[in-house]
Design a protein around this ligand. Structure first.
Ligand code: BTN
Length: 255
């Protein structure tokens, strides 16, 4: 019926012409006991949410706005690692559909030519006994035209269509995305996060490169050594010490 042959992801698919935010709707469904793997998808969002309280511009007819409800049997501290899962699934779907190889920005953006093509927003509902659910929010700019990006966007952004020059089928893209997400999720449940983090590193091109990490209150420079086993960024500072970065905005330095 949905053209999907996935196991968990997309077990239920709820499509809406319009929602305030697919993440908000998926949270309501999670609160109401919705099934593991439920996919909420909308043609447009009137209040799409980005990270750091930002808005996610969500015009109709062009892009992908989706949220997946998961009930993973993992401790809450591991939940942030699920971001790598959505990033790898989006990167693989872009590669499969268009043949171009995207890059990932640590920890949770997908880039084409250094410009953001997808954003990920995970939200968790956990109690002392563990995770009730996690929402993986996924926004991918597929066919958005240059004029549809807000003029005051604070980072460079693009769409798959702007990058490749041709239109992208939203259906083909979402089918590919869900297949990759499902495969990664199953792998993660059987083997843990290390294969997912290793796959993520395959799309990461800053290992060995100098970067600047903006922590809001300070900026640190160093050379990227890679990720540790939970996905923290390892940075070699000029004085030889190794800094483990758990959150921050990473920018490549040109030299
Ligand atoms: C970011 O700021 O990079 C994260 C953007 C996440 C956007 C997606 S679109 C589908 C889902 N619903 C939302 O309201 N946000 C996420």
């Amino acid at each position: 019926k949905s053209g999907l042959d996935t196991g968990i992801i997309g077990s239920e698919i709820l499509y809406f012409d319009e929602l305030d935010s697919t993440n908000a709707r998926a949270r309501q469904i999670g609160d109401a006991g919705g099934a593991d793997g439920t996919l909420v998808i909308a043609d447009r969002q009137t209040a799409g949410k980005g990270r750091m309280g930002r808005q996610w511009v969500s015009p109709p007819g062009v892009n992908l706005y989706a949220s997946v409800l998961l009930r993973p049997p993992i401790p809450p501290w591991q939940a942030p690692q699920l971001t790598f899962l959505s990033a790898v699934a989006v990167a693989r779907a872009i590669e499969e559909i268009s043949g171009v190889r995207p890059r990932v920005k640590w920890p949770n953006d997908v880039l084409l030519d250094g410009k953001k093509v997808a954003g990920l927003l995970n939200e968790m509902n956990a109690e002392t006994e563990g995770i009730r659910y996690v929402i993986l929010g996924i926004g991918v700019n597929l066919n958005m035209g240059a004029h549809q990006f807000p003029a005051d966007l604070r980072y460079p952004a693009t769409s798959l269509r702007l990058h490749t020059g041709g239109p992208v089928s939203r259906l083909a893209f979402v089918q590919s995305l869900l297949r990759h997400l499902d495969a990664l999720y199953q792998k993660c449940l059987s083997e843990g996060f290390s294969p997912v983090i290793a796959a993520w590193e395959g799309f990461f091109d800053l290992v060995g490169k100098p970067v600047e990490v903006d922590f809001q209150d300070r900026v640190v420079r160093g050379v990227v050594e890679g990720l540790d086993d939970i996905g923290a960024l390892l940075l070699r500072l000029a004085d030889g010490t190794l800094e483990r970065v758990l959150a921050g905005d990473v920018r490549p330095l040109s030299s």
